[in-house]
Design a protein around this ligand. Structure first.
Ligand SMILES: Cc1cc2nc3c(=O)[nH]c(=O)nc-3n(C[C@H](O)[C@H](O)[C@H](O)COP(=O)(O)OP(=O)(O)OC[C@H]3O[C@@H](n4cnc5c(N)ncnc54)[C@H](O)[C@@H]3O)c2cc1C
Length: 496
């Protein structure tokens, strides 16, 4: 079975080839026909995937930086099935990779070697929405966009929005504590998660599925699972506080000649738009050009410049949302913070402008192999890092673009280096650990929102003190004593 699999996917390098120092731990059992028979008897037809071609998409991550060799994908429909799967894996020492929409960008969502993929795509029944509290309780395998469409019927919206909303699942969002486009408005996803149902590594159920907004009864046990990327337990149901959807929305898109002017515009937006501000995003020139090319738009909607800032407002009335934005546009032009700009006049223009920002990840992948970084930095230092990286990459003729964009309102920089002719070890070594150390020196975060996954696990120590690492490892041992959940990710040397 294994040989056939390697042959079929040989065009894209395997994770174990790209990371030769990473060894499959002998601590884990190897899958047998007996194991497969067990799962076939346990789950309904169609929920057990062993055909190598059908397993392939579950082995490769969205950005194509990782490729595992799992020969078994399980797609349970109920929590009881998830419990039985994990109980068996725990007893037989089989490693498991939890997977939701597989849009993760840190190499956490696909197996490294032959871990069994536990896919949540079939656990997708939308649960109850309580109109009095605005709380949605639902299966973890529902697509974010589907949930948003659902709660909008009640005049609410999901507390998170991101470019991958059509594919990512709410359980994956919670497992990564995903950020996205509206953290400025709604805060981090963590603050909206009221309850979780979790299956622990040994199959036991941890029921923290309260839908209460207030509950100060002892230790809040769900918290460690939010953002722990599937290494402590798997999330099967979620209760979320959903904010009211605002009927009035405004969107402005402006060009600036320098990053300092971008920051001035953001500060002005905070003052003028006040409580209506709902998103502040920025793009540099190369990101912008790549995005327009990918969208096949020959013309820029505004007079081009070196930087672009997108500002969204929301209010209970359209007039208010638009009025604050207009005032911002006029003041920013008067003060010469911006050189040109446009305000969306209708839904089509609103969607067209948002697409320039939301579809950047797609544009980067179309440009070449992407070295992708996701840092939190003090705003005044954010673009300095992009400039220094551009200098550092100058000698490399295979580098296509060094671009910076991101969630400016949250001090979150996405730095990307696109390379022609695929992955390059030489470039990776020029970038790492230099970039991570640069960020640590500024007391930034080596992962603002994407998580650590496989790619960044060894840099966790740059952000967290020794005692934090000791406690994290103790927690891992407590929740998953046999280390079967998402091995080789997040915490380096989980098994030792
Ligand atoms: C175009 C694009 C735009 C993006 N924009 C953003 C953005 O703005 N902000 C942002 O934060 N991220 C962004 N991302 C990254 C990604 O979408 C998020 O990390 C998302 O939350 C992952 O959800 P998923 O369902 O795809 O999870 P997956 O990718 O399948 O899994 C992510 C991690 O969670 C674990 N996991 C998955 N499901 C469970 C579960 N039920 N229980 C326990 N562990 C689980 C996996 O093992 C893995 O470690 C973007 C990605 C793309 C492709």
């Amino acid at each position: 079975m294994l040989f056939q699999f390697i042959r079929r996917l040989s065009t894209s390098p395997l994770t174990r080839v790209r990371h030769p120092k990473l060894r499959r731990s002998t601590h884990y059992a190897t899958l047998t026909d007996k194991d497969v028979n067990f799962f076939e008897n346990l789950l309904p037809r169609g929920s057990v995937i062993t055909n190598p071609d059908d397993c392939a998409p579950y082995n490769i991550d969205w950005i194509k930086t990782c490729q595992g060799q799992s020969q078994l994908v399980l797609r349970p429909k109920t929590v009881k099935e998830v419990q039985a799967i994990l109980r068996y894996c725990h007893e037989h020492q089989l490693a498991v990779c939890p997977q939701s929409g597989n849009t993760g960008l840190a190499g956490g969502s696909v197996p490294v070697f032959d871990e069994i993929v536990l896919s949540f795509t079939s656990m997708n029944s939308i649960g109850d929405f309580d109109e009095n509290s605005g709380v949605l309780t639902t299966d973890a395998g529902c697509i974010l966009q589907t949930l948003d469409t659902h709660v909008r019927k009640f005049g609410h919206t999901m507390p998170i929005d991101l470019g991958a909303k059509g594919s990512c699942l709410i359980g994956g969002n919670v497992a990564t504590n995903a950020g996205g486009l509206r953290v400025v408005r709604f805060g981090s996803l963590r603050s909206a998660v009221l309850g979780l149902e979790i299956v622990l590594a040994d199959g036991s159920l941890l029921d923290c599925l309260t839908s209460l907004r207030k509950d100060n009864t002892g230790v809040d046990l769900k918290q460690p699972f939010i953002g722990s990327e599937g290494i402590l337990g798997v999330i099967t149901r979620v209760a979320l506080a959903c904010p009211l959807a605002m009927p009035g929305v405004g969107l402005g898109f402006f060009a600036c000649s320098s990053f300092e002017q971008i920051l001035s515009t953001m500060r002005l937006a905070r003052r003028i738009c006040g409580e209506t501000l709902s998103a502040v995003e920025f793009l540099d020139e190369s990101t912008y050009n790549l995005s327009l090319k990918n969208l096949k738009r020959a013309q820029s909607p505004i007079e081009p410049n070196k930087f672009y800032i997108l500002i969204e407002t929301m209010s209970s009335t359209e007039e208010h949302a638009k009025a604050t934005l207009e005032k911002l546009a006029n003041t920013a032009l008067d003060k010469e913070f911006v050189t040109d700009g446009t305000l969306a006049q209708d839904l089509t223009q609103y969607q067209d402008l948002w697409a320039i920002r939301e579809r950047v990840p797609e544009a980067l992948v179309a440009d070449g192999y992407v070295f992708k970084y996701d840092f939190s930095l003090p705003p005044s230092r954010m673009y300095k890092l992009v400039e220094e990286t551009q200098q550092r990459m100058k000698p490399f003729s295979n580098v296509r673009n060094v671009t910076g964009f991101g969630h400016l309102g949250d001090q979150n920089l996405h730095l990307n280096i696109t390379v022609k002719n695929g992955y390059s070890d030489e470039i990776k070594h020029e970038l790492e650990p230099w970039l991570y150390e640069w960020v640590a020196k500024e007391r930034g975060s080596v992962s603002a929102e994407h998580g650590l996954g496989l790619h960044k696990s060894k840099y966790l120590q740059l952000n967290k003190g020794e005692q934090s690492l000791v406690l994290m490892k103790q927690m891992k041992k407590m929740f998953d004593p046999k280390c079967i959940l998402n091995p080789y990710k997040v915490l380096p040397y989980q098994i030792d």
